[in-house]
Design a protein around this ligand. Structure first.
Ligand code: FBP
Length: 555
């Protein structure tokens, strides 16, 4: 295989392990903590997980490994969207497994959960693993979004596990995948299969975190990659002084990515979906907020700027999500065909006007034509509008343009407003993991094996104290049921891991809120530059600003 010089150099990088893990598997013992209870709905969750609920929190310590001697045959899958560091979770798992016993075996099931269902796998060896150390991507075995959640699917997994003699399955995924890992663990325990299930917290969106899990892996690298690009754009904006850049960043259900990028780059505006929802902001109010910044900067002669928009923003705008709900109803069943058969856009608008409530139509009417049409183009398999395909970066740029036109006519705004649009998502999901993600992921994988060796199931691999140097990180495990509550999903009450949204009283948002007025008018851009892998620790090993603020390391 042809490899780049950086790729080659990264193969030989030695990821840092938490102090208590670094003496090798023979020198790792367990300290059990208190029994746990779920964050809410304790009785309901206890009833659903009779075999795995309430187990003890555990941490590892340096000490003689006294786990039962047993050959381990472990299967691993990557689930959901790519996140930098996934390869290192597998490398850490493999190294610990082989360090415990050369005869232990690691299977990688290909293409995500479907690999387990279809028994499509590879067996890892040193050569295979060494070609992926400290590299980005999930291409080592691929990933997928098949949900592993039905009893029929679990029965297939049980068969596959029996066929290969699997002692454990490691699921590397986000909140939904780890919820499913807990359900699978309960199934395997209830049926006395002897197959343990361990989860690892992944997602660039950063929304799998809680009092136990300080960060999901991939968030650090992805946000640093987007921040580099946004910083570069800011510098270009400040050089050319003629464009307003509207930058959408990934993060479907939460705005952690947008907020972290804003903390890194200090743009003029950053929208935070959770704030928009809490304040029930309308499209007109958001537009006015951006237009105010454009107007004030224009008054200083600065006809340029940068706006960051989280991918999921439109769903946070109450009037917009109400419109989407009505459109979904309007096009339900055969009505899509009826709509598609209408020849001209003008006639289609008539159909839409007759089918929507007056409030919903009023929102529809103020949207730029391109966005109106996007709402009626692509549908998901359930017939719903695909919100992630709506170009909100264009939507707000167009709406601000229209607002500025009005202000110019009223004589309050004199300036030039030329816009450029960007969407940063795929650019960051497979980047070479930062040292933080390389170390964190390797530790998560290594730690996952220790949980297996000590017989735990239904646990999430937990590495904490992450704002400190790796040597001070704390390795252990937490029952997944502890993170669960009951939520309504598709008309049913389901036990799920609670998704973490941006907390409006949390330190990262508070910091942003305290500074954004100044950033909206001044050119306060900061330029983080490219991720550094080698060099001084304060440059190479630094965490996200979000984590540093949350842990009080920054004020
Ligand atoms: P996960 O939640 O699975 O980690 O994926 C997150 C994400 O990167 C989102 O930010 C984005 O909306 C989505 O994946 C896009 O995925 P896809 O390309 O499969 O639609």
């Amino acid at each position: 295989m042809n490899v780049s010089p950086l790729q080659k150099a990264r193969y030989s990088y030695s990821p840092k392990l938490p102090g208590m893990l670094k003496h090798g598997v023979a020198e790792i013992c367990v300290k059990e903590g208190a029994e746990t209870a779920s964050v809410a709905d304790q009785e309901k969750i206890k009833a659903l997980f009779p075999n795995t609920y309430g187990k003890k929190e555990i941490t590892f310590e340096k000490g003689k490994n006294n786990s039962a001697v047993k050959k381990q045959v472990v299967g691993v899958i990557l689930s959901g969207g790519q996140a930098p560091g996934g390869h290192n979770v597998i490398c850490g798992l493999y190294d610990a497994l082989k360090a415990a016993d050369k005869e232990n075996v690691l299977y990688g099931f290909k293409g995500g959960p479907s690999g387990l269902l279809e028994d499509d796998y590879v067996v890892f060896d040193d050569k295979f693993i060494d070609a992926y150390r400290n590299t980005g991507g999930f291409d080592i075995i691929g990933s997928g979004r098949t949900k592993l959640e039905t009893t029929e699917q679990f029965a297939v997994v049980e068969e596959v596990a029996k066929k290969h003699g699997l002692t454990a399955i490691v699921i590397i995924g986000g909140d939904d995948s780890n919820t499913n890992a807990a359900v699978l663990a309960e199934y395997m325990a209830a049926k006395n299969t002897g197959v343990q299930v361990i989860g690892c917290p992944k997602t660039i969106d950063g929304d799998l975190k809680n009092e136990d899990i300080e960060a999901s892996f991939g968030f650090d690298t992805a946000t640093k990659t987007y921040s580099e690009l946004i910083g570069n754009i800011e510098r270009d904006a400040n050089s050319a002084k003629k464009y307003w850049h509207f930058v959408k960043v990934m993060g479907r259900s939460a705005s952690h990515v947008a907020l972290e990028c804003a903390l890194e780059t200090q743009p003029n505006i950053c929208l935070i979906g959770e704030e928009v929802a809490a304040k029930k902001m309308s499209l007109a109010q958001i537009t006015a907020q951006i237009a105010d910044s454009v107007e004030k900067r224009a008054a200083n002669g600065d006809n340029f700027g940068v706006v960051i928009i989280p991918e999921g923003i439109v769903e946070f705008v109450p009037e917009f999500s109400a419109l989407i709900k009505e459109i979904n109803e309007l096009l339900a069943g055969s009505k899509t065909d009826e709509f598609n058969a209408i020849a001209s856009w003008k006639e289609k608008v008539n159909f839409i006007m007759n089918g929507l409530s007056a409030e919903a139509y009023a929102v529809f009417e103020i949207l730029p034509r391109t966005i109106q049409q996007q709402l009626f183009l692509e549908r998901d398999p359930h017939g719903n509008v695909q919100v992630s395909l709506i170009e909100s970066e264009t939507l707000f740029a167009e709406m601000v343009k229209a607002e500025l036109k009005k202000r110019a006519a009223a004589g309050t705004y004199k300036g030039k407003f030329a816009t450029l649009h960007h969407f940063f998502g795929y650019e960051g999901r497979c980047a070479f993991p930062s040292n933080f993600d390389s170390d964190y992921c390797y530790s998560l994988g290594y730690n996952a094996f220790m949980l297996i060796q000590y017989g735990y199931t239904g646990y999430l691999s937990k590495v904490s104290n992450l704002s400190k140097p790796a040597d001070e990180w704390v390795a252990g495990g937490m029952p997944i049921t502890k993170m669960m509550n009951i939520e309504r999903r598709n008309g049913e009450d389901k036990p799920v891991i609670r998704k973490a949204l941006v907390e409006l009283d949390g330190a990262p948002f508070k910091y942003f809120e305290a500074h954004r007025k100044e950033w909206a008018v001044e050119t306060a851009f900061t330029y983080p530059g490219a991720i550094q892998y080698y060099g001084p620790s304060e440059v190479c090993d630094r965490t996200t600003v979000t984590l540093a603020l949350e842990k009080g390391m920054l004020k």
